[in-house]
Design a protein around this ligand. Structure first.
Ligand code: GLC
Length: 560
């Protein structure tokens, strides 16, 4: 209670109502299989929780970081914060500019070759690695890759159902296993860092990236957020080590809650909904010790509620106050692809606001030289405090030390490098595909089909593997591929033939054959691949038949 003098008369100020204690979230309860349980309900949180990450690193890590930092120039510090794309930077430039990380965007392969071999990927990874290790600071570079359903950029890699399929399985241990397999696939080609999982809790299915989220249910996303990080980082608490890679909880925060599901649009959520819906995946991911978080393209704005954060890439509240402050995240925050350019007053190569708001690594695919020049100038003229730069580089070094990189060999000498076995995980993929199926109805118990049933198969996707794999597969949009681009994959038609025998299966894509005389007709239809905004359903309808009339036509024909 405090006393205040009012006109000479002491007046006791009313006692401040005690702030409710900040919630704290630790390790999740486990289900019967030993994985993070999908809770029946989640307690409503009145504030952002402090999340107790199980990843503590080793005792002397911080002293080591301080020692490395003290020996770095401003140019080297800004270089560590810069992430160019592999098509716009050479290994020599990585050394010259002391670059801290690189990425390949969806559809960027070594030498621009979609069929690049594991050895091609490893050769480029070694080149970047060797360049960084011969720089003045010798700080190892890290390579980030969008391995969002297996190592899906890589020719010959086994891909798994997208997150929405895994969400339908209600199986957190499956998510752990798929993530673990993905980590090994990434090590097989020499990268260090998975830009996954997406932890969007999707509220409007018109969003083109709905399939990248696990679920509209925060309970599932919370449990899966834990197990996805657990699998990718191999359950690490001190060093990520041989089986794991650096993981990314993305996109912080509220990417799945924009108006009309518009990609990169406005999320008008109250803070309570941000905490209790869109934040849940991060409570799981941070508890599992994710070492990186990627910022979201969307805005967080609701004038009626007095919320005016605008683009999250410039939101001090979201990154500094909430993620790093209240939630206690001590890893690094990476921006999204040219995301800083969307912040008011910024460009792709200049955004002191975004760095001051808490971004530690800036994903600047092409304009990275200008970004470095501008950012150094902005530190020198005081727009960006040196303390912020030092904090960003401290976080980057912390993640690299926790990844064991300072003791690591070059990528091609590491475990699983060039391992064909690691790259192919068909049995797990089949399990995942099996579990992700959703049976909507089974009239007349037509399923399961009897052995040797005579079946007519129709539809555009029966023998089209790229329609099975969707976006983020080989190419960014998942298009432009033929079955020959998937040497280890099985189309749905081939799988049916393997099961029933070729002689019992007739395939007619357009459905012109009279279905009479067949025990069953299997129509394989649906969406064609897309990624990001391309898939937004700006139309009012979710009726796929209006979007894919060819599917309705086939169904009309075979149903007589
Ligand atoms: C994209 C996506 C993000 C991805 C990044 C790098 O725009 O929003 O999910 O990790 O760029 O490819």
């Amino acid at each position: 209670m405090s006393l205040s003098l009012l006109g000479g008369v002491a007046q006791a100020a009313p006692a401040q109502a005690a702030e409710p204690p900040q919630p704290v979230i630790g390790q999740p309860a486990k289900d019967k299989d030993g994985c993070a349980k999908i809770e029946k309900s989640l307690p409503t949180l009145a504030d952002w929780p402090k999340v107790d990450s199980r990843f503590k690193g080793k005792a002397d890590d911080e002293a080591r970081i301080a020692q490395i930092l003290a020996g770095m120039t401003l140019e080297e510090k800004v270089g560590q914060m810069t992430q160019p794309e592999i098509t716009s930077i050479t290994p020599d430039e990585v050394k010259q500019y002391a670059i801290g990380s690189v990425l390949n965007g969806g559809g960027a392969w070594p030498g621009g070759n979609k069929h690049a071999t594991q050895q091609d990927w490893l050769n480029l990874a070694d080149a970047y690695w060797n360049a960084s290790k011969t720089s003045r600071t010798k700080i190892p570079v890290i390579w980030g890759i969008d391995a969002v359903h297996g190592n899906n950029n890589v020719y010959g890699a086994t891909v798994f159902p997208h997150n929405i399929g895994l969400g339908a399985a209600h199986d957190p241990c499956l998510v752990r296993d798929v993530a673990g397999a993905t980590a090994r696939q990434i090590r097989a080609t020499g990268q260090d860092w998975a830009f996954s999982p997406t932890l969007a809790v999707v509220q409007d299915d018109r969003w083109g990236r709905t399939y990248e989220g696990f679920s509209e249910d925060p309970r599932i996303t919370r449990s899966y957020g834990f197990e996805a990080i657990n699998g990718l980082q191999d359950g690490a608490t001190k060093r990520i080590g041989y089986n794991g890679v650096i993981a990314t909880a993305k996109h912080f925060i509220g990417d799945g809650g924009t108006l009309k599901g518009q990609d990169q649009g406005v999320n008008p959520s109250s803070e309570a909904d941000m905490i209790n819906i869109h934040g849940q995946g991060y409570y799981g991911a941070l508890a599992a010790g994710t070492q990186t978080v990627m910022v979201s393209f969307n805005s967080w704005t609701n004038a009626d509620l007095g919320i005016n954060e605008g683009k999250l890439h410039g939101s001090d509240k979201a990154m500094n106050q909430i993620l790093k402050g209240k939630m206690g995240f001590d890893g690094l925050v990476v921006s999204d692809w040219n995301g800083i350019g969307q912040v008011t007053g910024c460009t792709n190569s200049s955004c002191p606001q975004a760095i001051n708001a808490g971004i530690d690594i800036v994903m600047v695919p092409a304009d990275w030289k200008a970004f470095i020049t501008n950012t150094i100038a902005q530190v020198k003229d005081g727009q960006i405090p040196m303390a912020r730069i030092d904090d960003a580089v401290t976080r980057i070094l912390r993640v690299k030390i926790r990844d064991g990189l300072f003791e690591s060999q070059k990528p091609s000498d590491r475990s699983y490098a060039n391992s064909d076995e690691a790259l192919k995980d068909n049995w797990l993929a089949r399990d995942a595909a099996r579990e992700s199926q959703t049976l909507l109805k089974n009239n007349g118990n037509v399923l399961p089909l009897k052995p040797k049933s005579k079946v007519l198969v129709v539809g555009k996707s029966a023998d089209n593997i790229q329609n099975q794999t969707g976006g983020w597969t080989l190419s960014w949009q998942g298009t432009g591929n033929t079955n020959a681009d998937f040497p280890n994959a099985t189309s749905i038609l081939t799988g049916i033939k393997q099961d029933l025998g070729d002689a019992n299966v007739t395939f007619d894509e357009k459905g012109d054959i009279d279905p009479k005389g067949y025990d069953a007709v299997i129509a394989v239809i649906g969406e064609t691949p897309y990624a990001e905004g391309v898939g937004d359903l700006t139309r009012k309808t979710l009726e796929a038949s209006k979007l894919y009339p060819e599917d309705l036509a086939v169904l009309d024909k075979v149903s007589g």
